[in-house]
Design a protein. Sequence first.
Length: 370
Amino acid sequence: MSFHDVYNQLNPDQLRLEINSKQQSDVEVALAKTKLDINDFQALISPAAAPYLETMARRSQQLTRQRFGNTMQLYIPLYLSNKCTNICTYCGFSLGNKIRRKTLSMEELDQEIAAIKAMGFEHILIVTGEADGTVGMDYFREVMPHLRKHFAHISFEVQPLDQADYEELIELGLNAVLVYQETYQREPYARFHLRGSKQDFDYRLDTADRLGKAGVEKIGIGSLLGLDEWRLDNLYTAFHLDYLEKTYWRTRYSLSVPRLRPCEGSFSPEHPVSERQLLQLICAWRLFKPELEISLSTRESARFRDNVMSLGVTTMSAWSSTHPGGYANRDESLEQFSIDDNRRPDEVAVAIREKGLEPVWKDWDTSLSA
Ligand code: SF4
């Protein structure tokens, strides 16, 4: 049994119809419940829920404070390499794009670590392009001891790996893996992924199962908002999460809601998502899954992040550079996509405090037990 078995039973045409036929009465039924199911989630992401955004935001805020207290977890992405052998039409690191390619040496990694530690971060998200020959298991084996020495919590957002590789990385100190399906629809997935191992939709779809079997502490899932229909992709994500929670119940889960951003190669999203729709989505997820960690990155503007940070989000990145080596030596020309919130971590921390929240620099578990 894997998520594939669930996935194969889902019919996108029927699910799209179900979402679009939701009425305001369905939204009101969902809002009256304390424990919501997938049917209620469909109602809350539907167009019929748009007039209820204020009510949803109030409920979402209340649930988030109940479960997570008055805190906001902070993390920083560390890009190790922008080499990539794949062509993904929406990404600045895509093979065809003429950018300077760079993979950090261990000496450069140590410089990045020192720059990040000076900012106070304990929670690191390691990001690479997908280039097995350069940034494969041999490279990860080399970098893990450097990271383990300095960070309380290590997450990876790299190419999907085999179960045995995940098991080895967990032994070396890996805590969490984020792997986004980008879109759960096969046809658009094939159109956006034109070359390389990421073309293998099924191997990517099975990644969370391999992680669950390997016993990782936390798995992050989500879709890339703007590639295809955000409502449908998030409904698929909800089925995915429901399945994972039931199957790998010891694991914690997080969700990201990344919106497509401008990048090298000037890609424009076919299905743009407005800020209001993004807020609706965040609130719908919170009402559906009160325990779920929800992350909002610096892809979003400072104004939007400040406005929504208390309404359902639990985790935020700050001062992100998508340039390998970008903290010790900032160079915008190697970026994967443009960042909208360029504030330094201390400025983000001030904005968080102004909302009555306490910035947390470690992961939940370690910070709560400290
Ligand atoms: S999305 Fe990932 S796999 Fe695709 S080009 Fe960008 S870095 Fe490479």
